[in-house]
Design a protein around this ligand. Structure first.
Ligand code: 8YV
Length: 312
């Protein structure tokens, strides 16, 4: 009998195939009655696999008295109640490092697209307008200052790319980093005042909820551009929409939002925003590597071996 795994929601196809090959997988997403389905397995399930959109909250953990591991597909674990897991000695694993470069690439792509108005230029050509008039000049990223909210693995990868584009750097976070010389700001408003562009690269969840506030976005200003590859919860989205609409924030490049995938329709009419559907890590090689970590952490657990990427 294969070890049993409770799968909270669908994952990348090849990962699902690998899970089915290695484990007896119970699909919560296929159950007519979610709670009844989980309750029916409660005395057998020691391992679960979760995603950003189908996590593992404390109530679900409480339904699984024998749960010992949650293997999460993603680096951001805000859809898992890690505190509740730790309180019960449940290990949570995630998928760091393998996605860092793709996510950082998208952050730079969003910045360039927003500042150089790449989507608008594409539409301008497709609409046949170029024949009548040249496309309006745009701003540049050259020589500007990029503020990074959260200088973790992804933030550092963004910084590495930004330097190659001749951007100056500054950062904000809970602590000054001893190994970098860029200006440090403990406060995001202070950072925003000193920057032309701001990128949110910090973890999601309650500790960072609303960190990029209305005051931060106002400090970034009417020429400023905000990029978010973190979580929608990190920014005051209502304030961002208002400031973009009123021209008090110059532009935005967004990959994450409140209430994904049914985001605020106000975004659809904002001309100064570049929108992406939470695709930071959405490349085949990266999703394959993420999925492999999900499988390998579960396999290590069942084999009584050290977990590869423990989060708590
Ligand atoms: C994925 C992410 O979109 O790693 C994360 O935290 O947000 C992205 O890699 C997410 O895991 C859902 O597939």
């Amino acid at each position: 009998m294969k070890p049993e795994v409770l799968l909270m929601g669908p994952m990348y196809g090849p990962t699902m195939e690998a899970l089915e090959a290695a484990f007896a997988v119970h699909h919560v997403s296929k159950a007519a009655d979610r709670d009844a389905f989980i309750a029916s397995l409660a005395d057998r399930i020691t391992a679960a696999a979760s995603t950003a959109f189908r996590g593992m909250d404390a109530a679900t953990m409480a339904m699984l008295p024998k749960l010992k591991i949650v293997s999460h597909f993603g680096v951001g674990v805000d859809s898992v109640d890690v505190a509740a897991a730790s309180a019960r000695g449940i290990k949570v694993t995630n998928t760091p490092d393998v996605l860092t470069d793709d996510v950082a690439d998208l952050a730079i792509a969003l910045l360039l697209a927003a500042v150089r108005r790449v989507p608008q230029g594409d539409r301008y050509v497709r609409d046949g307008k170029w024949a009548d008039k040249v496309f309006p000049l745009t701003g540049t990223i050259q020589g500007k200052t990029l503020g990074i909210v959260g200088l973790g693995r992804i933030g550092r990868a963004i910084a590495k790319r930004a330097e190659a584009f001749n951007l100056k750097l500054a950062y904000q976070g809970p602590h000054r980093k001893a190994d970098v010389s860029w200006p440090y700001h403990a406060n995001a408003v202070s950072l925003a005042r000193e920057c032309d562009f701001l990128v949110a690269a910090c973890p999601g969840g309650e500790p960072t909820r609303g960190l990029v506030s209305r005051a931060v976005l106002e400090a970034l200003g009417p020429e400023g551009v905000f990029v978010n590859i973190s979580r929608g919860s990190v920014v005051d989205e209502r304030a961002m929409i208002e400031l973009l609409r009123e021209g008090k924030l110059g532009g935005a490049g967004l990959d994450v939002y409140d209430h994904e995938p049914r985001i605020d329709p106000a975004f659809f009419t904002l001309e100064n925003v570049v929108l992406q559907p939470h695709v930071g890590s959405a490349t085949h090689p990266t999703r394959r590597a993420m999925g492999q970590l999900v499988v390998d952490n579960l396999a290590a657990f069942f084999a009584g071996k050290p977990l590869l990427t423990p989060y708590n």
